[in-house]
Design a protein around this ligand. Sequence first.
Ligand code: GRF
Length: 207
Amino acid sequence: MSKVGVGVLASGRGSNFEALVRATRKDIPDAEVRVLVCNVPDALALRRAEADDIPHLVVNHKKFDSRKAFEEEVVKELNRHDVRLVCLAGFMRILSPYFVHHYESRIMNIHPSLLPAFAGLQGMQVHRAVLESGAKITGCTVHFVTDDVDAGPIVVQRAIQVREDDTPDSLAVRVLLEEHQAYARAVKLYAENRLQVEGRRVRVLGE
Ligand code: GRF
């Protein structure tokens, strides 16, 4: 059977992208990261892709007249690289229904909280809000992307304890390690054809 082609969309650091490259090469024989698309020309993720020998390119949203035109270009590039599964990894653009429906149940995102808690926040905002809330547990969520931000069916979650001396930075470091594991697991399950979406719920077959 042919491998599942994975395309990653990122805007920044790219640690999740790199974790996916490593995981697929080592542990996920059924999947292969085929391309990285960045909307930000100097994203660190691009340099990681270069070092890891993964095709990479910039589709700069600022150069397009409309969101649709930008997204059509991204779709064109993903098709050119034979991508079936799209993984958003620190991609800082909201995708329109055109793109989301094009990849229905084939597009995942990673969020640095245990959704549905702390949805709609980004980056360090999430970890600050977790500490302010007094929550004792936080973590990360990989979910399918739908039209509503951070609200799609949940694929994988990993939790950590919030410690007494945690700061937003220290939480971010520990959650990020979990993110890398969670995303690899989600892609592995997808590649093994073990995810079945039923409404808001994702059943994991063979658990
Ligand atoms: C991660 O914390 C992810 O949850 C969020 O953006 C961050 C991206 O980090 N969506 P990186 O670029 O993968 O290192």
